[in-house]
Design a protein around this ligand. Structure first.
Ligand code: C2E
Ligand code: CA
Ligand code: CA
Ligand code: CA
Length: 277
């Protein structure tokens, strides 16, 4: 996988012990990580395809482990979800995102939206609306600058979510469906929910150039989304060819290594500056 600037990532699972022992160690480490504030948000630019302007960023969590080094979310988010620690970690992400929006505003950076990933457990027992609301208030942030991404399975499994999404919308927070196309939801069932945008999964974007069937499916998703007044964003865009195809298909926004890997704040600001000049 492409290396992010200055970082190489290590794998996290402890090498020794039985499975329960390893789980125990990881859970303890995750709790400590929260206490010691070892998590950090990286930011990946989101670009308006038609105008080429920066419109937002996705916040992606990383863990700076004191001994091991940088750890990617795939190594610890599943454990955080199964232990329920994703609730406080997710709350930290929301607060850190609000803090960042405030800092960008204070430094005179043109405002962009910041998107956070929210997992199913946060809906189930996270008091999600309160977490968002208190973070917005704490940092004096307008909810329109904060977005939320959830996977489609979350929306279909939980009857609560429609109400949740409406509450968040009242705060100005819009919802995107992450990894769209990998689940089984129909566009019409999504339309019953207050959803704003579909994020077309990387598994559709990667083969766009070589595979005409994938191109046809992607075309259909974008066309139907537009008919239902849903925005579209494509993730995992790595090549000029993918960019050109998505632009021709009328996709609204894109995100991917073609523009930038996820970056820590200072590199992200530098990236924005360099692009302007
Ligand atoms: P995701 O939400 O689908 O995020 C996109 C992932 O694709 C990110 O991996 C990103 O670095 C990577 N990516 C972006 N552009 C490209 C590209 O052009 N090519 C390729 N090959 N990959 C690209 P990352 O940061 O390792 O995150 C992995 C997953 O971990 C995320 O998938 C998301 O499900 C989860 N995650 C990350 N941060 C959070 C968080 O704060 N909370 C929760 N609940 N989950 C998170
Ligand atoms: Ca995401
Ligand atoms: Ca995704
Ligand atoms: Ca994906």
């Amino acid at each position: 996988r492409a290396k992010e600037i200055g970082n190489s990532y290590v794998s996290y699972s402890p090498e020794i012990g039985t499975l329960p022992e390893r789980r125990f160690i990881m859970e303890r480490d995750l709790r400590l990580a929260l206490e010691r504030e070892e998590f950090e948000l990286y930011f990946q630019p989101q670009i308006d395809l038609q105008t080429g302007t920066l419109v937002g960023a996705e916040a992606l969590i990383r863990w700076r482990h004191p001994e091991k080094g940088w750890i990617l979310p795939e190594q610890f988010i599943p454990m955080a979800e199964s232990t329920g620690l994703i609730v406080p970690i997710g709350a930290w992400v929301i607060r850190a995102a609000c803090n960042q929006i405030k800092l960008w505003k204070d430094t005179g950076f043109d405002p962009i939206r910041l998107t956070v990933n929210v997992s199913v457990k946060q809906f189930e027992r996270g008091r999600l609306t309160e977490t968002f609301e208190s973070s917005l208030i704490e940092y004096g942030v307008d909810g329109r600058f904060l977005e939320m991404e959830v996977t489609e399975s979350v929306l279909l499994k939980h009857s609560l979510t429609a109400d949740n999404l409406r509450d968040l919308l009242r705060l100005g927070i819009r919802t995107s469906i992450d990894d769209f196309g990998t689940g089984y939801s129909s566009l019409s069932s999504l339309k019953k929910l207050p959803v704003y945008k579909l994020k077309i999964d990387r598994s559709f974007v990667t083969p766009l150039q070589e595979d005409p069937d994938i191109r046809a499916i992607t075309n259909a998703i974008i066309t139907m989304a537009a008919a239902l007044r849903l925005k579209t964003i494509a993730e995992g865009v790595e090549t000029q060819e993918q960019f050109d195809i998505l632009k021709k298909l009328g996709c609204d926004e894109i995100q991917g290594y073609y523009f930038s890997t996820p970056l820590p704040n200072l590199e992200f600001l530098k990236w924005v500056q360099d692009r302007k000049s």
